[in-house]
Design a protein around this ligand. Sequence first.
Ligand SMILES: [Fe+2]
Length: 255
Amino acid sequence: MIYEWSNLAQRKPLRRLIQNGTARPIMTEARDGRLCEMEKWISICDAIAGEQSPSDASHDISHCRRVWRLSLAIMARDAIEADLLVLMAAAYFHDIRNYPKNSSLRELTSTHSADRAVELLSCHGFPPEKTAKLHHAIAAHSFSAGIPPTSNEARIVQDADRIEALGAIGLARAFAVGSTLGANLFDPDDPLAESRSLNDRRFTLDHFQTKLFHLPDKMNTRAGREIAERRVLVLRDFVSNLMNELHLADVDSAA
Ligand SMILES: [Fe+2]
């Protein structure tokens, strides 16, 4: 099978990161050779994850590519020492298994993703000495697994994946997931749950209060927290605009 570089947008930041020395921990020697090796592995991971990722709109290959780019950005911004190959593979494969939120297997999703990633990549010659690190970075990324991240790669990928739940992208993904689960957009009688208990299985907007608004406080890295704090404002603005529209406040002010 021939793997081709499929996303040039990711090549420039990777080259910059490696060539300016930010990635020095694993790139001290033979920098060009290592770069080619990384590019080969990115192509392999992109191709395999592209074939095997879930087809739903919020966990498809484009989500994996964004998690990888965010991971790179966090690593560079905070100058964190991390193994780029492990980081990249974890970003691409972290959702290779994705059971629905209402599935009894949900808490095993990330562990099963980790098992599958190791299985798939081992067939392509992934360095055996790195598989334990890769497995942990994937297994620890999700809330429901309850596995504390103990490596820099795991902490970075977890932050990158959580950032994807915020901002304009997170907004789109939240409603896509809610729709898949059969949830309503919001409770028309009490959108902010002021007189009822929150129920994000029933109303997607409730998920903002049960989980999304709290994500910035749960970040592992400084860069991750800063990005999350900016992106959570997009969600808060959305809620504010939604309430204005429901009260026809924008209609009154336009008159
Ligand atoms: Fe994800």
